[in-house]
Design a protein around this ligand. Structure first.
Ligand code: ADP
Ligand code: MG
Length: 267
C-alpha cells in the first residue's frame, strides 16, 4: 500500500489536536471532555496528580487509545486516516514504563526508532539519526550493553533516544525526567526547547513543576480527566490552581532573577 510521507509543517501550525475527547476504561471515566491543541515550535507541559489521565491523553494523541467520543487530529487529518506506519512517521512516543523481555542491546532499541522509514528515501539518514540520538541522550558509552542491564535513568535515556531517532515533527514524552538526575533532567528539557526552536512540537509530561515553569511555552493542568487550567506558566502555575489539584498547599514565588514562578509545597 502507498504510504504518504510527511511534509514538515511551519512553526505555529497545529500538528495535533484533541477535541472534546472522552474515554472510559474499565467502567471508569478517565478522560472527560478534554480539548488540547499542540502547535509546532512549542513545548507543552502536561502536569497533574497521579491518575489525572496524563498518560491516557498522550495515548489518545499518539493513537494508542481510541476515544469513545470526540475527535483526534494529527498533521491536519483525523488520526484514523493514517496507517500505523504513517502515524509513526509523524509522531514519536516515549512511554513511561520501559521493561523489555528480550535481551535487546541499546543500539538495537535506538535503531527501532528508524523502522517507520524502512524502504523510504529517508532510510539513508538511519545511521546519522541513530548516532545523533545516542549523543543527544548521552548514552554512547552504553551502546553495546543490554537494555535490562541499565539503571532506571539510563533506560529512560535509551527510550528517549529511540524516540529521537524516529525524527518526527511531534514528540510525545511521558515523564522522561522521572528517573533522571538534575543534569539529565535539565538536558532533556533543553533538548525539548531545541526541538521546538527547529519547529518541532514537544508534549512532555512532568511532575517537577519547576521544570514546567522553566521550559514550557504552555502548561496544561489535568485533574480527574479534565483540563483544569491551560496557558503560559505564569498564568497557570499559581498557588490557587496547584493547591487545588494537588490537594496540598502550594506556594509560588517570583524568581528574583528571571521573574518566572518558583513552586514549592508548603512544609
Ligand atoms: P496519569 O498518567 O495522569 O498518572 P493515567 O492516564 O495513567 O494517569 O491513568 C488515569 C486513570 O485511569 C488512573 O486512575 C488509572 O488507574 C486508570 N486507568 C488507566 N488505564 C486503565 C485501564 N486499562 N483500565 C482501568 N483503569 C485504567
Ligand atoms: Mg502517567
Amino acid at each position: 500500500m502507498k504510504r504518504r510521507l510527511p511534509t514538515r509543517m511551519d512553526s505555529g501550525a497545529t500538528i495535533a489536536e484533541a477535541r472534546d475527547v472522552s474515554l472510559r476504561l474499565g467502567g471508569a471515566v478517565i478522560l472527560d471532555g478534554v480539548s488540547l491543541t499542540v502547535r509546532t515550535g512549542e513545548v507543552l507541559a502536561l502536569v497533574g496528580p497521579n491518575g489525572a489521565g496524563k498518560s491516557t491523553l498522550l495515548g489518545v494523541l499518539s493513537g494508542d487509545h481510541t476515544p469513545d467520543t470526540g475527535a483526534v487530529h494529527l498533521a491536519g487529518e483525523p488520526l484514523s486516516h493514517w496507517s500505523p506506519v504513517e502515524t509513526a512517521m509523524r509522531r514519536a512516543v516515549m512511554l513511561q514504563q520501559s521493561a523489555i523481555s528480550f535481551p535487546f542491546s541499546v543500539a538495537d532499541i535506538v535503531a527501532m526508532g528508524r523502522s517507520p522509514w524502512h524502504n523510504t528515501p529517508r532510510a539513508t539518514h538511519d545511521e546519522a539519526a541513530i548516532q545523533e540520538a545516542l549523543t543527544t541522550a548521552d548514552i554512547t558509552p552504553f551502546t553495546h550493553r543490554t537494555f535490562n542491564s541499565l539503571s532506571g535513568g539510563e533506560r529512560a535515556r535509551v527510550s528517549l533516544a529511540r524516540a529521537l531517532a524516529q525524527q518526527t515533527q511531534l514528540l510525545l514524552l511521558d515523564e522522561p525526567t522521572a528517573a533522571l538526575d538534575l543534569h539529565h533532567q535539565e538536558a532533556v528539557l533543553q533538548l525539548a526547547r531545541a526541538q521546538a526552536a527547529d519547529a518541532d512540537a514537544v508534549v512532555v509530561v512532568v511532575h517537577d513543576l519547576n521544570l514546567a515553569a522553566g521550559y514550557a511555552d504552555r502548561v496544561v493542568v489535568l485533574d480527574g480527566g479534565k483540563v483544569m487550567a491551560e496557558g503560559g506558566p505564569k498564568e497557570v502555575l499559581t498557588a490557587e490552581v496547584l493547591s487545588g489539584v494537588y490537594r496540598h498547599p502550594v506556594e509560588v514565588w517570583e524568581h528574583p532573577g528571571h521573574g518566572g514562578p518558583v513552586i514549592l509545597p508548603r512544609r
